[in-house]
Each structure stands twice: as C-alpha cells, then as structure tokens.
Design a binder for this molecule. Structure first.
Ligand code: FEO
Length: 170
C-alpha cells in the first residue's frame, strides 16, 4: 500500500519519463533532418526505452492498487545547432532524471516504504548507465570536433544500436 505522497511522486515520474521519450523523439527527428540516420536510430531506441521506464512505474502503481494520473507533457525543444549540443542537452536531462530518482528514494526511505525502495533500485542502476552512455558519446563528439569523417564513422556506429523491450531484457 503506497502513501498518497509516494503515489503522486511516482505518477510525476511517469510524466518525467514520458517527457524524456518526447525529448529523444524530437532529437531523433532532428538528426533525421540533418541526414544523420545512425544518430537518429540511437535516439529512436532511447525514446522507446524511456517509454519502458514510464510503463514500469505504471505497472508498479497498478500492482499496488494506486491510482494512475497521467499529467500534461511539455513541448520539447525542436532545434539544436550541433550533435554535440544535443548530447550535452541529453546528459543534462539525464542528470535531472537522476535527481528525480534520488528524490523518490528519499521519500520511500522517509516513509519506510521498503517495496518502493526496492523497486527504485533498478532506476538507480539504470541512471548510472544512462549518464555513462551520454558521456561516452559526448567524449567521442569532443574528439571528432568538426571532422565530417569522424561524424560519419560515429553515425555508422550509432546505427548499430538495437532496441530490446524491457520485459525481454529482464
Ligand atoms: Fe528514463 Fe533516461 O531515464
């Protein structure tokens, strides 16, 4: 049984994860506009993973008999100047999500809500991976700088990313 505060905070996190999906979908579309289909693929996979993150919370709330309340999504940014700027924005966004998860863990701890505390451990690990992924690509973009050959090679690499539905990955 979740407290009203915990349920509201988890509902808010569904919104955060769905906004993440919206943001990465916008980035995917922008990469396609730029002719960088590998980058667009990477963002498209990311977008789907974010929906999985939202749905995992959705299922948890239902399993606990809590009310689902879907909140309004903001319009994401549509234009960026460079791939570097996009991944910088992506990393900043993931750092924000990490803070959201940490805040949720704080609530669960204060309320001695062991079930939610355990549930959130998956998200703590996931956020380490999310920041690592964004940082890894940022490092490469910083090395590439303005080299179109480098960008072309990285685009080919990012084209390899494959989406694995969360239920299948666990
Ligand atoms: Fe669901 Fe990228 O955090």
């Amino acid at each position: 049984m979740l407290s009203k505060k915990m349920a509201a905070a988890l509902n808010k996190q569904i919104q955060e994860e769905l906004f993440s999906s919206y943001l990465y979908l916008s980035m995917s579309a922008h990469f396609s506009d730029m002719g960088l289909e590998g980058f667009a693929n990477w963002m498209s996979v990311q977008e789907k993973e974010e929906r999985d993150h939202a749905m995992k919370i959705y299922s948890y709330l239902l399993s606990q008999g809590a009310k689902i309340k879907l909140l309004q999504l903001d319009e994401p940014q549509h234009e960026w100047k460079t791939p570097l700027e996009m991944f910088q924005a992506g990393l900043k966004h993931e750092q924000h999500i990490t803070k959201c998860i940490n805040d949720l863990v704080d609530i669960a701890e204060k309320e001695k809500d062991r079930a939610t505390f355990n549930f959130l451990q998956w998200y703590i690990d996931e956020q380490v991976e999310e920041e690592e992924n964004a940082n890894g690509i940022l490092d490469k973009l910083n090395l590439i700088k303005n080299s179109s050959d480098g960008l072309f090679m990285l685009d080919k690499e990012l084209a390899q990313r494959v989406y694995t539905p969360l239920a299948a990955a666990e």
